[in-house]
Ligand binder design. Sequence first.
Ligand code: NAD
Length: 547
Amino acid sequence: MAKVRVLMVEDDPMQAKLIQGLLERAGQGRFEMQHVLRLDEAIPRLVSHDFDAVLLDLTLPDSEGLATFERMYAAAGEIPVVVLTGVDDLTLAAKAVEEGAHDYLVKGKIDGDRLVRALHFAVKRTLAEQQEWNSQMLHLAQQQFLKAAQIMGLDANLRERLLFPQRTLVVTLPFRRDDYKQVETVFGYRVQHVLTMGPTKGGIRYHEDVSLGEVSALAMWMTWKCALMRLPFGGAKGGVRIDPTHLTGHELQRLTRRFTTEIIDMIGPDKDIPAPDMGTDERVMAWLMDTYSQQVGYTVPTVVTGKPVVLGGSLGRREATGRGLVYLIEEAANAMKMPLKGATAIVQGFGNVGSNAAKFLEEAGVKLVGVSDVTTGLYNPKGLSVSALLAYLAEHRSMMGYPDAEAVSNQQLLELPCDILAPCAMQNQITGGNAEKLQCRLLAEGANGPTTLEADEILQERGIFVLPDVLGNAGGVTVSYFEWVQGTQNYTWSLEEINSRLRKIMVDAFHRTSTLATRDRLDFRTAALIGGIERVAEAKLKRGLFP
Ligand code: NAD
């Protein structure tokens, strides 16, 4: 979890020490504070460092009263300022709030919870006000789309129409922690990008960086992915801006049930069908389905996919994204004339997608030499055992301290030598800064948006084969589609049936993409995107314009 970086400007050393102590105790390691005594020290530091919030005493040796706030406010730009004030100066503090301060805290009455809350809320509000659409990921998704649209000569009306999602819903919801002391307000989203092709489909992500822009980017990629795989869905995505790794089961359940209630009008088995994504899993889908079913008055298993098998989930759904990625790696390796037996692989992220990709790579005879989770990377050129890693993770909840490997950072991990590199965690991992240093032959994207446009160009120049996300991780939504079909038919397929249908669809999409890439001399990502966009464009034109 990224720390909240706070600059405290306070000339009274006793006060400063007190506040620092409170934040250390109540902040549970989530804050990082720097302290200065004067305004003329604070302003240059604000410019040269990256802060998320400022705690500002209004009476300083080199500035007094409202002028202190005004000078700091001008220098802080988008960074929120929380004022520290004495009981005698409350009118002044209220005036500072009128002029743009986010809050004020009265010295002598500050406790840890109040301090943490004021800082958190200031940061949250700033993010909500300034960054909902301002997302690097949305920028990437839109640039990729525009590049593909340019190359394929997409109609200008459609280009404009598809650049933003058709429907977005932003909700705020109250969330109570187990200790009952705090009720937080958290932000949640559901976005439907294209409603032309049937119901919309896409996962729900719980992560501290989730924003409207990020969810919209993910929804857009879902549209191209479903169209490329020829599934009867448009793209959607949802999420809640929260770090789920520190939540108890009860907290996660309460959060999920309230979030479901808030978005209930937008979802439904014929409207929009959620599934798991980062930070959510089968359990979360079961609670979502139960909440929806309670509200409509009867059981509706088809409102979600990726639920437990006993509730109508599909066999093979849990492993589907990782399995599908490995089916494609087999095809790509074949095209590259690279034998998989004895090849080496590094997998970033060891959650649903990463751990299953690693498992199926191991089964295909590939030697896994590196893996990671959010806490650490692990490297062992002699090979890592997936079952031993899973057992360690089950016991310790993180990979930190795993004995049979060298610990490396997530960034170092990407640059280590291997034949296959599979980013299966976060977006924005392979950038202009490290694309030159990659030592793999095949980049197989399990995560959404792991590679920037700049990196794409470098990889292409370097002859590294890229299996792009819209193709690489489409196994998940494909088996989700199977789950939905089985649910609507009240019929169950065997695992063999599911895996063979999955392989057929994945391999077919790979060869269609490959044919297009060869014919039009395109990189694989652009070819895959064009494959998806062409189908959406055709459907839009066939349906015509209303009214
Ligand atoms: P998950 O929550 O199950 O696992 C995420 C993994 O990434 C964990 O091991 C976590 O520790 C690690 N991680 C988190 N932040 C990291 C960081 N900054 N650096 C390195 N590692 C980090 O999530 P998941 O469902 O496996 O999803 C992973 C990616 O795959 C996401 O981009 C998601 O959108 C994409 N995806 C998932 C599915 C699916 O079916 N679950 C389908 C298609 C695409």
